[in-house]
Structure formats: C-alpha cells, structure tokens
Design a protein around this ligand. Sequence first.
Ligand code: PHE
Length: 472
Amino acid sequence: MNQKREQFSSKLGFVLAGAGSAVGIGNLVGFPVMAIKNGGGAFLIAYTFFILFICLPIMYAEVALGRNVGKGPLGVFTRFSDDKLIWRWAGYLGVLTPFMISVFYLVVSVWLLVYFFCSISGGLNHLAMNGSFEGIVSSPTIFLYVFVVVMIIVLILFGGVKSGIERVSKLLMPLLFVILVGLVVFVLTQDGADKGVKYYLIPDFGKLNASVINAALSQAFFSLSLGMGCMITYGSYLSKSASVPSASNAIALADTSVAFIAGLLVLPALFLFNTQLTPDQLADSSVSIIFSILPKIFVGLEPNLGYVGASSIAAIFFLLMFLAAITSLVSLVEVPVAAFMDKKSVSRNRTLMLIGVALLLCSLLTSTSFGLLDWTTQLTEYAGRTRSLFDLIEDLFYLTILPLNGLLLCLLILSKRKQIRIEAMLNEDRNPISGFFTRYSIFSLTYLIPIILTFILFNTVLSTYLGLTILG
Ligand code: PHE
C-alpha cells in the first residue's frame, strides 16, 4: 500500500495507547500478588530497579526501532536482516508471539467479563462458592463470551490507529484510573486497612532470593508489554518529532504507578475482608487469586455494605480489570494486523476479518482447555505435570518466547550496530540526566541485558520443561 502510515495524533495519544497496552491484568493482580508473597517493599524495590535499568532501555529500543523503520517487528527484523534467514524468522516470531499471547490473554479476559456480568446480576454468592470457577470455565456458554470479546477487539481495531486505538485508550485509561483510585480510597478508609498497607510497604529483604528476583524481572518485562512487538508497532505510529525516551518514560511511569496503586487496593483488601487468609496461602498463579479468592473477599463486604453494595463493588472491580485487559488485547492483536497489512498490502478491514476469524477460532479452542474437551484439557505432559492447551501456550509463549524475543532484539542491535545506530535514534533528549541515562541504555542493551535475558531463558527452560531448578 502506498498510503502514508497512520500516526497517533500527538505524543499524549501515543503515551495513553502505550499505557493502555502496558496496564493490564499483570498490574492489577500479578504485581500485588507477587509483592505480597515476596517480601512486600523489598519486592517493590527490586521491581523498580528492573523497570529502570533493564526494561526501560529495551522499551527505548523497541519504540525507537519501530519509529525509525516505520514498521512492526517483522518489518524491523527484515530491514536489518541482510537476507539472513535467522533474522527473518525472528521477525515472524515477533508477530506470532503477540497473536498467541492474545489468545491466552483473551481467555482470561473472557472470564473477567463473565464475572462482571455475574456480580452485576446478583450472582456474587454463587461466584464465591467453592468449585464455581471450575463450573464457569467448563460451561459451553463461555463460547458466547469469547465471541463477544473478539468482536469488541475487532471493532476497536476497525477504527485504525487514531479513531480506534487512540480514541479507546484516551477514554478508558483515565476511566480506569478513576475507578482504581475510587476503590483504593474505599478500601483504605476501612478499619484495619493499615495492616495490609504495612505488609505491602515494609520491606522484608529475607524473602528476596534468586527465584524471586527472576520473577520480578519477568513481571516487569511482561508488565511493560516488552518482547511482544507492541511497543515496536506503536512506535511506528509515533511522529518523528516526539522524543522516544521521554514518551517511553511516561508509559513506564504510568504502568508502574498503576501497579503500585493496585497493591494498595488488593493487599489491604485481602487482609481486611478475609481474615483467615495468610500470605502463604496465596497460590502461585494470579489467575486463581482473581477468580477463586476475590469473590470471597467481596462477599466479606456484605455485613457492612449489604449484598447489593458488595455486588456493586465486585462488579466495578471486574469491570476495571476487563477494561484494562481490552486495551492490552488491542495492542497485542494490532501487531499481526499491522504486519499483515505491511507485508501483503491489504486493507485494514480485510486484514481484520482474516485475523479476527483466526483469533476467534484459536480462542474458542483454547477456552476448551478447562474441561470442555478432554484432549485440549490434557494435551501433553512434561516436567511431571499434565499441561492443557492453555498451559502450553502460557509456557511456550509467555514464559519462554517472551524473553527470547527481547534477547533477539538486543542481539540484532548488537550485531547490526553500524546500520542500526541506536545511539542516533535515542539522542534526542539534551538534558544531562536523560543524556546519561540514554548512554547507559545503549551500553546495557548491547552488553548487560542480553546476558541477563539469556540467563532467565536458560533458567525458565530448565524449570518449565525439565523440572530442574537452578535458582533458589
Ligand atoms: N502488559 C500487560 C499486563 O500487564 C500484558 C501485555 C503484555 C499486553 C504484552 C501486551 C503485550 O497485563
């Protein structure tokens, strides 16, 4: 297509869309749960350190490369591939990964929507019963919800960059922030909330072992939507006059603030409304926290607020999570959409039909991993565990290929230093502090970060597929 590439209308539009991508289930649940289990304030410090010194440089690189090449990950890797197959494959992987993660993320978002409807229509008690989550995820009505969520994503993306992605982000991000702050104020003004706040903020450095540090880094990486091509693709819609470092800083700041504030909501709530709960009882996966524990917490509000009050708070919370998930999903699906449009010169609408159908089919199939179909529920077995299709996608794409994509990008920058000249792409900010940080970023992208990502990858492969642990 010879048309000019669409752009966000302003730097603010880009920042809100980027924040929309970054703020998601990871911030609202993943982060607070990890913090509570791993030393509260100590985890917070480790997490912030990783955001600043590892993730931010990668974000700079992703946005800058996307902006300079004017394409998503496939375009970026192809441009510098020198016709080497390995780099082109890296580009294809950069498009396949967000598609597969969107399938996995979509299934969880569907449950959020079900929980929202169920709480708003008086079913909170039912949600809080043991076994109710298992019942919901294994019922065929889930197919209807999958269809609805796919339609929402496709409709938003039909609008394109400015009137789709940017408009929705401009509307939803402030709304989300208001709901979140409202809920925090509500929780913090309840008697006894300070116990959770103390637990959250007072550092317990004794809990910081190597595996916690690994988890903090993976969480930071996922939370900023890195390794997924989203920031490269959104970067390709950023105007040439905007500064990449300052726009990226704003996204990282918004993302980290939301994660931090979500901690002020979830942790005190856990202690406040469910007094029997101790941090050690929290399961490893954030999914089981959201869907099994949270409804019980909301039911705990009933004596004070009545059933309608408790159900309303639950509904608002699930809505908040769902909205956050939608803007993340939009960014994930935009990556294959943009790649297809660039590569095949097909219109956005036709591309969306095709990718929408693929997304629908893959998500429908994946949503059967919870008992609806035997073969997807018990798809395979490794490291001594039975894994469903959903688990396999999570292990392969989220745990393994995500850091691999980050690593491949760093290796591209390193091995094609002369052509890419990342320093030229980033040297827009002239003030001394950001100048220093930009120089640090260039150094760490080429030397420090690839080593760390290789280590994480190695550790993940050993523990996920072979059941071996080399870290704590
Ligand atoms: N950052 C999102 C979250 O925190 C998840 C996500 C990852 C979205 C990668 C897009 C790309 O939940």
